[in-house]
Design a protein around this ligand. Structure first.
Ligand code: UGA
Length: 430
């Protein structure tokens, strides 16, 4: 997110210095190489560097001396308790405070619990009481999605800014002026509202997915089709079709930690937001349901080979953090299945996260000799699998379609035993 912010602002003709403690990462960036897979990002980085607007430094907090604004984009992972760990925010604030020379706007870009900006301001001004009147803290949460982060950065739809003074709002308007000219809307609020709104958005989206996944469990029992139900729901503009795709559930770096942090913040403030715990419980259930389907299809998992197609937490990224595919792989491995996975981008990351997973170099290598295959992530590549070839190389023609990428009727016509998600399935004990 920091890298995207840096590259985007450089493209908007601001002068940007990207700072990170990780020397290896900075080394790659200086060669124009992105340390992770994100479509369009390497080109954006290279363009930024050749225009002279973008450079990268290790721990160069002195870059702060000449800056008008500083973005804090560090990670806010979950503690064991579920609370957001804000140590990196505090550390970076302390480090940058040492180098401040005059008026500065410090922008909190990381996702944080409401009230964090106040803490941030406290740290900065305790470190630099001489600049207490010159330090402004602004909340500017990010809404970009992995896999389409470049598009989202240039067409953000909305830009959320929480600030305290007209001077800070004015600087933020200047920063994003080219995007506003292209149609983005700036929503200006107080700081705590901006912080809380970010958590509210992510938790709501996760809730929408969990709602459709709960419907999927019901549709499976009622022999109804959850995709068609979602289409009906989505045709009502009050509901909208987005984020109503049933599957193995939500994962990634953001939803799981943000949902927990939001629930913990609520608890700390004295409100029991138990709906959020239920949203999480339904999400865990999606993996259990997939394991049950594999077992229904294969009976005992010992001596069985299961192919998983897609290992990243969603398509177009190599990010496997809290990927539902890996959660499923772990459960299947625990039950002694041999699990072989294929992903267009995330294979190496998946393997280092889960060494017991076998990696295949292609879809067909994964399917060869497998007793069933599970579609875990809806990469486009899987929609164009040669189904005749797949059926012939599998040990058994069984598919668990964890993302509903196939047409059930076509799969049956091609001779597959088909298990969908929230759709009528062929059962092992017919
Ligand atoms: C999410 C939000 O969508 C962004 O707006 C936000 O900026 C970001 O978190 C963040 O806070 O940084 P992201 O984590 O990249 O973005 O991924 P999403 O596209 O939201 O997908 C999250 C998970 O939900 C994925 O595992 C995806 O497969 C799953 N999902 C999504 C479904 O299972 N069904 C759907 O209908 C949609």
């Amino acid at each position: 997110m920091g890298l995207l912010t840096a590259a985007t602002l450089a493209a908007l003709d601001h002068e940007v210095v990207g700072v990170d403690e990780d020397e290896e990462k900075i080394g790659l960036l200086r060669q124009g190489v992105s340390p992770f897979y994100e479509p369009g990002l390497p080109k954006l980085i290279q363009e930024g560097m050749s225009s002279g607007n973008l450079r990268f430094e290790v721990r160069a907090y002195d870059a702060v001396a000449d800056a008008e604004v500083v973005f804090i984009c560090v990670g806010t992972p979950a503690r064991v308790s579920g609370e957001a760990n804000l140590v990196a925010i505090e550390r970076s604030a302390r480090a940058l405070a040492q180098h401040l020379t005059g008026p500065i706007v410090v922008i909190e870009k990381s996702t944080v619990p409401a009230g964090t900006a106040q803490r941030l301001w406290q740290v900065l001004t305790l470190e630099r009481p001489d600049l207490a009147d010159d330090i402004e803290v602004v909340s500017n949460p990010e809404f970009l999605r992995e896999g389409q982060a470049v598009e989202d950065s240039f067409e953000p739809g909305r830009i959320l800014v929480g600030a305290r003074s007209e001077r800070a709002f004015e600087i933020m308007r200047r920063l994003y002026e080219p995007l506003v000219r292209d149609g983005a809307r700036i929503i200006e609020t107080d700081i705590r509202t901006a912080e809380l709104a970010k958590h509210a958005c992510n938790a709501y989206l996760a809730m929408k997915i969990s709602y459709v996944n709960a419907l999927a469990r019901l549709c499976e029992r009622a022999d109804a089709d959850v995709t068609a139900v979602a289409d009906v729901m989505g045709s009502d503009p009050r509901i909208g079709r987005a984020f109503l795709d049933a599957g193995l559930g939500w994962g990634g770096y953001c939803f799981p930690k943000d949902l927990q942090a939001f629930e913990r913040l609520s608890a700390r403030l004295g409100y029991d937001f138990r709906l959020l715990r239920e949203v999480e419980r339904i999400n865990d259930e999606a993996i259990v349901a997939a394991v049950e389907k594999v077992k229904d299809a294969l009976w005992n998992l010992e001596d069985k080979r299961v192919a998983l197609l897609g290992l990243s937490f969603k398509p177009k990224t190599d990010d496997v953090r809290l990927s539902p595919a890996l959660a499923l792989a772990r459960k299947l491995i625990d039950e002694e299945a041999t699990v072989v996975g294929y992903d267009p981008e995330a294979g190496p990351n998946a393997k280092s996260e889960l060494p017991d997973l076998q990696l295949a170099p292609s879809v067909y290598d994964a399917l060869e000799g497998a007793h069933c295959f599970v579609v875990c992530t809806d990469w486009d590549e899987f929609r164009s699998i040669d189904l005749d070839r797949a059926r012939d190389i599998l040990a058994h023609p069984i598919v668990v379609d964890g993302r509903n990428v196939f047409d059930p009727a076509e799969m049956r016509r091609k001779g597959f035993i088909y298990y969908g998600t929230g759709r009528p399935s062929d059962h092992g004990m017919r």
